[in-house]
Design a protein around this ligand. Structure first.
Ligand code: DGT
Ligand code: CA
Ligand code: CA
Length: 578
């Protein structure tokens, strides 16, 4: 290495200090590294010369050990000691060091108190309001850490559907304000329109005869950070949030074909092209052709119908049998957000939520729902303010009092009970029996074999007081893969007990995975679309759950919380009675 990258060297030395602190090494040695960094920052001379002339030791605060490491860095671009330090701690912990406002001391505390080892787990803990109760932290720190994580994640190339959808809707609204008159129609396309749980970018398709001013307006929207490419038919931008957004503009008569093409998926498109071919037609992003002649279609529905198909909702376009279904006229009438009658599984300030019981109920009622099922954490979840028996009973009294006040709205007594390592629930029978419903879920001991984990969950399924299993795999999208379970065995066990499965609608979970929804449907296991909300706004996550349920071919009849308050109460009570 000929020229020394000073800023890289300083970063490495600073990281060495931080890693040593994480490992609780000798404070004097740690201080030596930090002092060296400070001194090198001030050093005006040439470090290259200092290394070559063996003059490092004459720089303030550079001792023999550190000088050797700088020389090593100079000659090889690495410091072995640093690599070893890095290897000796979990990679997630190292990643956390990159978050502004998070130093080794705080990271250590987070591990001690909450067992947080990865950035994803940290983000999750912040969102579930877990940091506020830890000494030395607080609401402000929690907020800042969350901001830091967001900033860090904006360098990623995969995004949660929620992040992308929020951004896309803002872009559309702003663009319509600026250039709405010049746009005939416009929609979100790509994986976001298909409601994939994770998306790579945002795609738009617009029909317009004035692409130039629309492209100008699009590339100057306030969310845009950088214009990557700009042309008359396609413009790509990078947003400040880190996501890329593409827009394609076509003349209005070509809009349906472009929208279909850019909605994808690629696999669906390939299957559609094959079908067209078998009918003597040709299909691409520009049209549907018989020979050279375009078959005119005013919208997507007409394209499908010209091919003998009923309309295929975008969520289904994954080439998983949707084309055959459409050919037979058997596309299911997918669940819609308006079908959902009540909100199951929300947290309150009693455990790790941010809003009171009364506020959560008022919010749900205001949103047009007719019931709310409380699901605070059970007593073993200390880190989340889990409820001891006494506090359960206090909450029941509060719920009774609230129910007396409310009209046309019911609050159900529920709990998100930990499934303990042996598969039992978290309270004695004399408490369990008085809940209206119980969401049983795993929150500890993730590292069991698939077989053991499956047995553990099935034991919870068979507990007479369990109503449904919550977030089946415990995954955190983009940050933690779930524990392995035999989904089919668990769904079969639920079917045998007439119990339900949760589709956790939190956009970081979306667990039950959509790829398994059809299995639940076929086995007759009702799916409960639960927001797992930790504040009032969190209730709105139900829409992401509905997107996933649609993607999994689910209809109204397959969903539990489309029932009225009276009907769902019967469902709960039948379970307890059987
Ligand atoms: P993403 O962005 O990775 O989450 O996934 P998509 O599906 O949004 O993919 P993207 O943005 O690359 O392209 C949008 C759609 O355009 C894609 O779903 C199908 C269509 N498309 C893009 N490239 C091709 C291609 O090479 N062949 C075919 N058949 N379709 C394509
Ligand atoms: Ca895309
Ligand atoms: Ca794209």
């Amino acid at each position: 290495m000929s020229k020394l990258d000073k800023s890289k060297l300083l970063e490495v030395l600073e990281n060495i200090g931080a890693l040593m602190e994480l490992k609780k090494e000798n404070p004097f040695k740690i201080r030596a590294y930090l002092n060296a960094v400070r001194s090198l920052e001030q050093f005006q001379g040439s470090l290259d010369d200092a290394v070559k002339n063996k003059e490092l030791l004459s720089i303030k605060d550079i001792g023999k050990g550190i000088a050797e490491k700088i020389e090593e860095f100079f000659s090889s671009g690495h410091i072995k000691y640093y690599d070893e330090l890095k290897d000796s701690i979990p990679p997630g912990v190292f990643e956390m060091l990159a978050i502004e406002g998070l130093g080794p001391k705080k990271i250590h505390v987070l591990y001690e108190k909450l067992r947080i080892k990865t950035l994803g787990e940290l983000e999750h803990a912040c969102r579930e309001n877990r940091l506020v109760s830890i000494e030395g932290f607080g609401e402000k720190t929690q907020e800042n850490i969350l901001k830091g994580i967001k900033y860090h994640m904006s360098y990623s190339d995969r995004f949660h559907v929620s992040t992308a959808l929020e951004e896309a809707e803002k872009l559309m609204a702003e663009l319509k304000k600026k250039a709405g008159k010049k746009i005939n129609r416009m929609e979100i396309a790509g994986s976001l329109r298909r409601r994939k749980e994770i998306v790579g970018d945002i795609d738009f398709v617009a029909g317009s005869s004035q692409s130039e001013p629309v492209m100008d307006a699009f590339s100057s929207l306030s969310q845009v950070d950088e214009v990557i490419a700009k042309g008359p038919t396609k413009t790509s931008v990078k947003l400040k949030s880190g996501i890329n957004a593409d827009i394609r503009i076509v003349p209005d008569q070509k809009y349906p074909y472009a929208l279909h093409h850019f909605t994808g998926s690629k696999e669906h498109n390939t299957a559609m092209r094959a079908l067209s071919k078998s009918k003597g037609l040709k299909m691409n992003e520009y049209g549907l052709f018989k020979g050279d002649k375009n078959i005119s279609c005013k919208d997507e529905k007409e394209i499908f119908s010209k091919l003998g198909l009923s309309f295929i909702p975008p969520e289904l376009r994954e080439d998983r049998g949707e084309i055959e279904l459409a050919a037979a006229g058997k596309i299911p009438a997918l669940i819609e957000e308006k079908d959902i009658k009540g909100v199951i599984h929300v947290h309150t300030i009693a455990s790790d939520g941010k809003a009171s019981l009364d506020d959560m109920a008022a919010f749900a009622k205001r949103k047009g729902y007719s019931y709310l099922g409380i699901g605070d954490h059970s007593k073993s979840a200390h880190y989340a303010g889990g409820l001891e028996e006494k506090r359960v009973k206090e909450q029941w009294e509060q719920i009774d009092a609230l129910n007396k006040k409310l009209t046309g709205f019911v609050v159900f007594k529920g709990i998100e009970s930990d499934i303990l390592p042996d598969g039992s629930l978290d309270y004695d029978e004399n408490i369990l029996r008085d809940f209206d419903f119980i969401v049983a879920a795993i929150h500890s001991k993730f590292k069991m074999s698939k077989d053991e984990m499956t047995k553990r969950i099935i034991k919870a399924v068979k507990n007479p007081y369990t109503t449904m299993i919550g977030h089946l795999t415990g995954r955190l999208l983009l940050s933690r893969t779930g524990y392995e379970v035999d989904v089919e065995k668990i769904l079969k066990a639920l079917a045998g007990e007439n119990k339900a499965i949760e589709l956790n609608a939190n956009p970081h979970r979306l667990d039950l995975d959509w790829r398994y929804c059809k299995m639940a449907k076929e086995l007759g296991v009702p799916v409960s679309i639960n927001p797992d909300a930790h504040d009032m706004e969190g209730v709105k996550d139900i829409k992401y759950g509905v997107g996933i349920a649609r993607k999994g071919w689910l209809e109204k009849k397959d969903i539990l919380n489309v029932k009225s308050a009276g009907e769902i109460k019967k469902f709960f009570d039948n379970i307890k009675r059987q």
